[in-house]
Ligand binder design. Structure first.
Ligand SMILES: Nc1ncnc2c1ncn2[C@@H]1O[C@H](COP(=O)(O)OP(=O)(O)OP(=O)(O)O)[C@@H](O)[C@H]1O
Ligand SMILES: [Mg+2]
Length: 346
């Protein structure tokens, strides 16, 4: 029988399922994230998790694609992981290690890459070469159990598998190519809920700060009462960037394709970069690629080469940025309905 420590008592793991959800939530606000990651609304105070799961009808279970007992187990793993995180709230990320697996042909990938906070690493390579896959391996804390066979170590160790199930687990914040909002609430409510779950002191002020920053990044501003599902791709990107930058304590930030979102990517990146964080960016954009200190060249599903950004490349970066500014000017003229009917100087 597995025992865990909860509020200074040693209890059987399963007993968690029969505790009042209210008191559980008080101790671990992140349980709401657990349910929302399955598209469910968390049980109300005064009911128990086991009761809630018993009441879930077969259709919902079918949608989730899991048996009732399996959800029980995953939930308990999640609780155990969250307690572990709380216990080690002095946890500090020192090192993230990526150990190579195999490429799409099954050839072994020679890779043992140690990354440290304040590093920016870019992933480049043709479309389909495996950039998003590598980010997903990190997000999932792969243990040889993904199509690539890669393994991820945190501070030299295999991280507990329970970290995987937390929607908001503290280690990784991810900006993906497609944002999926599981709940349809207004933007301000979405940010407020998030701030509350992070136990922020002044929730209102933090919420306003995030909305201001998001609007500042987005081309077309949006009102606080806009439903999150009505935001455009670029606007939801801007919201997630502001949210991660100002609220998330995750020491690993994964960014997939910031450039397609129609937002000011350089400013967005500057917001996300932090001395304490490791930032990995999959990109097709030469400016972002050269902003990193290293770039991994992906080919055929494996890391083919690692390049350290050279001093000359760094110097060229400002020239490329100049070119880009001119190009952006043209893009904005098109967006504003103006003509490009003048002599273009290069
Ligand atoms: N080592 C691998 N073994 C098997 N499948 C792989 C491997 N690496 C990537 N894949 C698969 O190849 C497909 C394309 O990879 P991925 O989506 O990561 O490409 P990408 O570089 O992000 O492309 P894009 O630039 O278009 O976003 C995915 O289905 C991915 O799961
Ligand atoms: Mg991709």
């Amino acid at each position: 029988m597995e025992a865990i420590r909860f509020n200074n008592n040693i209890i059987r793991r399963e007993e968690i399922l029969n505790m009042d959800t209210g008191s559980l939530r008080q101790r671990l606000p992140a349980i709401n994230d657990f349910f929302s990651s399955f598209g469910l609304t968390a049980p109300e105070d005064g009911t128990t998790i086991s009761h809630f799961l018993l009441e879930l009808d077969a259709e919902i279970l079918n949608d989730i694609g899991m048996e009732r007992e399996a959800i029980n187990e995953v939930f308990l793993d999640f609780i155990e992981g969250m307690l572990e995180i709380q216990k080690t709230s002095g946890f500090k990320l020192v090192e993230l290690t990526i150990i190579g697996g195999r490429n799409k042909d099954g050839k072994s990938e020679e890779l043992n890459l140690e990354l440290r906070p304040s590093q920016i690493i870019c992933l480049v390579g043709h479309t389909g070469s495996g950039k998003s896959r590598l980010l997903a391996d990190i997000e999932w804390m792969a243990r040889g159990d993904t199509p690539t066979g890669r393994r991820i170590l945190i501070n030299g160790d295999i991280p507990p598998s329970s970290w995987r199930h937390s929607h908001e687990h503290r280690l990784v914040a991810q900006l993906t190519q497609n944002m999926n909002f599981v709940m349809d609430v207004a933007v301000d409510e979405f940010v407020r809920l998030h701030a509350e779950s992070r136990l922020v002191q002044n929730v209102e002020a933090k919420t306003n700060q995030i909305l201001l920053k998001a609007n500042d990044l987005a081309g077309e501003p949006f009102a606080p009462d806009t439903p999150v599902t009505s935001l455009s791709g670029g606007q939801s990107r801007a919201l997630m960037i502001a949210d991660i930058a100002l609220l998330s304590a995750s020491p690993i930030v994964l960014i997939d394709e910031i450039e397609n979102a129609g937002i000011d990517r350089k400013r967005a990146l500057e917001l996300l970069i932090d001395e304490e964080k490791i930032v990995l960016i999959a990109t097709h954009d030469p400016i972002l690629a050269l902003m990193g200190e290293k770039r991994l060249i992906l080919r055929n599903g494996g890391v083919h080469k690692i390049i350290n950004t050279t001093p000359v490349e760094r110097r060229n970066l400002s020239k490329i940025e100049e070119l880009d500014k001119n190009f952006l000017g043209l893009r904005n003229r098109i967006r504003n309905g103006e003509l490009i009917d003048f002599e273009i100087g290069l």
